[in-house]
Design a protein around this ligand. Sequence first.
Ligand SMILES: [Zn+2]
Length: 281
Amino acid sequence: MSAWLEHPLLAAAGVRHGFGLRTSPALPGVRRPVQVHGATVVRADSGAALGEADAVLATRPGVAVGVVTADCVPVLVAAGGAVVAVHAGWRGLAAGVIPRALEALAEAAPGAAPVAAVGPCIGACCYEVDAPVLGALRLRFGAALEGALRPARPGHALLDLAALAREALLTAGLAPGRVGLLAGACTRCDAARFHSFRRDGASAGRLLSWIEATIAAPWPRRRHLSTRALRASAPACSAPSSGPRSRPSPTTSSPSSRWATRASPTPSSRRPTRRCSPTSS
Ligand SMILES: [Zn+2]
């Protein structure tokens, strides 16, 4: 098994990154904040301690930033050489951590078109939430929340956190073709690859997701994106086709079929950038 999951959208942009697996090695050089399920964004370019935050930004080439998750959503975004790693559970999504992170990224790389990947998290198959959670999310997302919900017992709903993170990215202005996610990669269902708090409780491990700032690359800027190009690539964001609490198909919707994996685990500005052929998100 390769050490990290890599998303083709970020790889095609030459962005070093990885979504962790149970087997991924520790990367002590990755700058991580103390996560508190909030919406604070911290910048990691200096060596100063990062403190409490749920999004961490870097603009200096070679600086790698990351977050850890065990059912929450890791989101990695790059723009013009700057990068931000976001930890987004339901509290962070309700607090607006994704728009806050994108605002910080836009300040760091003005005019650059961001590209984002939503990593493995608990799926709607396994994530039942109650009315207070739904109320908090509805304040942030309004009617758009309904698209991320599946039927459940009265007073509850099954929540698709990845779909909601994608909604937050689109609402913040990202083009649909520049937001990738992994349908059917449920951290609770897939015990072979992922840690899960809901499955393993307090003893659950954590998955590291990281992304490395690079020298500003000739990525497309907003004003240069053609309308046709923006429409061309619909993200792989389909909801599970079967009913509530069903498990994703291990054959027809294999996560690995849409994700590249790689064995090289060390973020470093000294290594040459590996280019992957662009594929769908
Ligand atoms: Zn599941």
